[in-house]
Write a protein that binds this ligand. Structure first.
Ligand SMILES: [Fe+2]
Length: 163
């Protein structure tokens, strides 16, 4: 399963926020900046289908340093395979295990996310950052379709249905 990790907050005031966010096991750092309401990876241009990353050999440890971002997680080995997790600026670190499909959507003003990854030695970055189109993966499409059981929400308000 994914995890939400707390960390030490030395100072957390409206004017100054100062945290120790060290992930001891991390051996790679990625900084991902969305300057607007970006979707990563972007939806398939032709069909509009959701697309996902999946790292075979990398654990992600994601901290929103600025702005907010919502993560869609699918792992076909989990009892409940589909989760939507909200990351707010300065909130918990989201740990995504290898083998988990994931995509993210930034808030309208964008977001800055620090990933303290744990990457196996000698892996191919091309393979780790492959994009998977849900329209071409029947099991992934089935779990995320509107007919499937709804995702479990974590820090996300349920969408209001239009009347
Ligand atoms: Fe990732």
């Amino acid at each position: 399963m994914f995890e939400l990790l707390a960390y030490e907050r030395f100072r957390d005031t409206p004017a100054v926020r100062f945290f120790d966010v060290t992930v001891d096991t991390s051996n790679a750092r990625d900084l991902v900046i969305h300057s607007g309401p970006a979707v990563s990876p972007p939806n398939d241009a032709a069909s509009g289908a959701w697309q996902f990353y999946l790292h075979p050999h990398q654990e992600d440890n994601l901290l929103a340093a600025s702005g907010g971002r919502t993560f869609y997680l699918v792992n076909l080995a989990w009892d409940q395979p589909f989760h939507i997790v909200r990351l707010d600026s300065g909130g918990d670190i989201l740990r995504i295990p290898p083998g988990t499909f994931h995509r993210s959507v930034s808030d309208p003003d964008g977001s800055v996310v620090l990933n303290q990854a744990v990457r196996e030695e000698g892996v191919s970055l091309v393979q780790e950052f492959r994009v998977y189109n849900s329209a071409r993966i029947p099991a992934l499409l089935a779990v995320t379709s509107i007919q499937a059981p709804p995702p479990r929400l974590h820090g996300v308000e349920p969408l209001l249905q239009a009347a």
